[in-house]
Design a protein around this ligand. Structure first.
Ligand SMILES: [Fe+2]
Length: 339
């Protein structure tokens, strides 16, 4: 009865039915990643292992709510999402089980994993500027975005978005809460417009001249750089990109990552999947499919946009630490009116 109800709810949502008991060669994946190219990644896993993936895709909070409501009966084996603070928040809810894996320890750098969850790709939060109205020398650091000379020129997505909260969390870690609060206030004073839209919208607004400068994740810019659409090429032609903070702690990076759930019915398959995500072929999917950097250093990137963007010094703050200051970052943004 319970299963029928679950199945009908899932069918109502247009999702695959998943079972809470262990099934031969199946893996139940709860995913909050929002990239179409992930399909190829999951198919490759099935081809390599014979393990079928039942994927439930929804927004982060819905999935977490669901995992908690399902409790010990949850069919979820692996939870995969983007953003370090979100993963750490999920971890704080106690939903993950620790995974001890030599493969993961060897392949993923220590600062990009915790005992309970692992990063599989990185993206950088970079500064995009309009080549006609802003000089790259003016925007070499995150701090520079708050300088008076950029008054009325700065665009960004909402301050409550995890990408910006994680950036704030990194700033608190490196520069302290007080400095970060002043930065947030001065940043808001520099806004060209009230925050709206996603990172791609900010890049387009910079190209259009509505903003002089914006903060955006590297993969959105790389996606535009690799696009064959004329309108995207026109956007790319108008903008330049800076890796912020190269002379200090490096450019803030965020991650996508995954962990095995405490009540996973298919634990062996879950570990296989987590290890698969760190394999050469999976790492290439992240780089080629979604314009992210592989976490495994030996994997060569062949993505034209990533190659064009080149090397940079990335922040090496342990990703697990970002969550410790994320709530404070949000409070600071709220006080500063960065909404
Ligand atoms: Fe995104």
């Amino acid at each position: 009865m319970k299963k029928t109800l679950l199945a009908s709810v899932l069918i109502g949502l247009g999702l695959t039915a998943v079972h809470a008991h262990a099934a031969d060669n199946e893996l139940n994946l709860y995913s909050a990643r929002h990239y179409q190219t992930d399909e190829a990644l999951y198919q490759d896993f099935t081809k390599q292992t014979g393990i079928k993936i039942n994927r439930i895709e929804a927004k982060e909070d819905e999935l977490l709510e669901r995992i908690r409501n399902e409790g010990a009966n949850s069919p979820a084996d692996v939870f995969i999402t983007v953003d370090a603070s979100r993963l750490a928040k999920a971890d704080e809810l106690g939903i993950f089980a620790p995974v001890k894996s030599k493969v993961l320890e060897e392949r993923i750098p220590a600062h990009l994993r915790t005992d309970n969850w692992f990063s599989y790709s990185t993206r950088a939060r970079l500064i995009v500027y309009n080549k006609e109205t802003v000089k790259p020398e003016q925007v070499q650091t995150y701090a520079s975005l708050a300088s008076p000379e950029l008054k009325g020129k700065v665009c960004t997505r909402s301050g409550s978005h995890p990408y910006n909260i994680s950036l704030g969390a990194a700033l608190i870690n490196h520069e302290g809460a007080e400095k970060t609060e002043k930065w947030a206030r001065d940043l808001v004073a520099n806004f060209a417009r009230t925050p709206k839209g996603g990172d791609t919208d900010q890049i387009k607004a910079v190209a259009a001249g509505e903003c002089g400068v914006a903060i955006a994740n590297s993969y959105y810019l790389a996606r535009l750089m690799n696009s064959t659409k004329e309108e995207d090429k026109a956007v790319v032609a108008k903008v330049g990109a800076v890796w912020p903070n190269q002379k200090t702690w490096g450019t803030h990076i965020n991650i996508s990552g995954a962990g095995m759930l405490k009540h996973a019915p298919n634990k062996a398959a879950a570990v296989k999947f987590l290890e698969y995500l760190a394999s050469d072929s999976a790492q290439k999917y992240f780089a080629d499919g979604n314009n992210e950097w592989p976490v495994v250093q030996s994997v060569k990137v062949t993505n034209p946009a990533l190659e064009a963007l080149g090397d940079f010094k990335a922040d090496t703050l342990p990703v697990g630490d970002l969550a410790k200051t994320a709530a404070e970052a949000q409070r600071i943004y709220d006080r500063a009116g960065f909404r």
